[in-house]
Design a protein around this ligand. Structure first.
Ligand SMILES: Cc1ncc(COP(=O)(O)O)c(C=O)c1O
Length: 397
């Protein structure tokens, strides 16, 4: 008898959010779920209206083109010009995606294989590490530590650079919310040029920022297009996570490698969704601004409440994640379990609040948890209150 699963499935752990779903299913009523970064608000009404209209076009019911409609790619190019002052060729330097997740995964498959080393942000989006393993490459965790503001230590990177083929980074970061400045990208691109590796810059949170300075694109660095591909998504910017639409932009050869895998795997995003995405990219700036305001208010409400209960958390400058160290007194766990996972479990059973354990994002996430601000302000305050009261009771206050 043959095993019904490939040996490679044994090379990766169970998917983090599936594990959290399993935990949640045993949690009972009244749960406040801040585990997964899945926006709780609907897409803007005019974007939904654009989709309804696009459904009437028979062309959209046929198979889409692999890289996406030229009109959609042109809309991406023009958004890039307006937002980042970067010029892109819609014919060769852009591909529409069925969400950026498949894009990142397929890019890794298109570029790497056995014998190759992929440097992956740790803590980071699990897809970089797991897809590297699945395609037979060797992932090397790139530590993102508090002492470096959760950015990559470029001295450390220069030491591993000679043996890596691909570097996967993501700023504004999931789960740390760290924001990279253009000077940082300059340093990374200089190393890529010197040592000949390629860069995936996952920029899906570029529009969820709260400071005056907008997160840049790595492609703003002169010459970056020689070595970089950048990923974007409409999932978070326009609350369209379920629609599955994103884009890859940058080096034409990297886009081509990604497309070769895609051509053999999927058939591109639904044409009607691409039409709605064109509308969102062209006319959605005020919706993105409203989203930023909403998440900023949520952030202030949640973090303010936690701080008032004595849990010191830093205000994130971007993303909708709050990345926080497990409070003192809770930084131990029974052997075999991480501190992060133990705290997540106890938070769930004592407060009925779901967060994500830092170790789900890699070994350097140990000792941290992540809250996603994907619930209304009232619920976020309630979650923080429950947590605060529980911590006070645990401390015997
Ligand atoms: C860093 C990062 N990249 C990519 C994605 C995937 O986004 P999409 O919905 O475009 O597939 C996510 C989703 O949470 C993410 O956090």
């Amino acid at each position: 008898m043959h095993e019904p699963s490939a040996a490679r499935l044994g090379w990766i752990p169970p998917y983090l959010f599936q594990e959290l779903d399993d935990l949640k299913s045993r949690a009972g009523r009244d749960l406040i779920d801040l585990g997964e970064g899945s926006p709780d608000q609907p897409a803007p009404k005019p974007v939904s209206a654009a989709l309804t209209k696009a459904l009437k076009n028979t062309e959209n019911h046929r198979y889409p083109s692999y890289p996406g409609k030229l009109a959609a790619r042109a809309a991406v190019a023009s958004w890039y010009r307006r937002r980042f002052h970067v010029e892109l060729d819609p014919e060769t330097e852009i591909s529409m995606l069925v969400g950026s997740k498949e894009g990142v995964a397929h890019l890794i498959w298109g570029v790497c294989g056995p014998g190759d080393t992929v440097a992956v942000s740790d803590p980071g989006y699990p897809v970089y590490q797991n897809q590297s393993r699945l395609c037979g490459a060797t992932p090397v965790p790139v530590p993102l530590e508090e002492k470096n503001d959760f950015l990559v230590d470029l001295d450390w990177l220069s030491r591993v650079a000679p043996r890596i083929k691909l570097l996967c980074i993501n700023f504004p970061g999931n789960p740390t919310a760290a924001v990279a400045a253009i000077e940082f990208y300059r340093g990374v691109v200089a190393l890529a040029e010197k040592y000949g590796f390629y860069i995936v810059n996952d920029n899906v949170y570029s529009e969820l920022y709260f400071g005056r300075v907008k997160p840049p694109s790595i492609l703003e660095v002169p010459g970056a297009k020689e070595r970089c591909i950048e990923f974007h998504s409409l999932s978070k910017t326009f609350n369209m996570a379920g629609w599955r639409i994103g884009m890859a932009v940058g080096n034409a050869r990297l886009v081509k490698s990604l497309l070769k895998i895609k051509q053999n795997t999927d058939s591109g995003p639904f044409g009607a969704i691409q039409d709605a995405a064109i509308f969102a990219l062209q006319s959605g700036a005020r919706f993105a601004a409203a989203n930023r305001l909403m998440y900023r208010q949520r952030r202030d409400a949640f973090c303010g409440e936690l701080v008032s209960h004595g849990w010191g958390v830093n205000l994130p400058e971007a993303t909708f994640y709050v990345w926080v160290r497990v409070p003192p007194g809770h930084d131990t766990a029974p052997s075999g379990e991480s501190v992060s996972f133990n705290f997540t479990r106890r938070l769930l059973s004592n407060c009925r609040v779901m967060c994500a354990p830092g170790t789900g994002f890699g070994q350097y996430g140990e000792g941290f948890v992540r809250f996603a601000l994907v619930a209304p302000e009232r619920q976020l305050k309630e979650a923080a209150r429950r947590i605060g009261n529980w911590l006070a009771a645990e401390n015997g206050e």
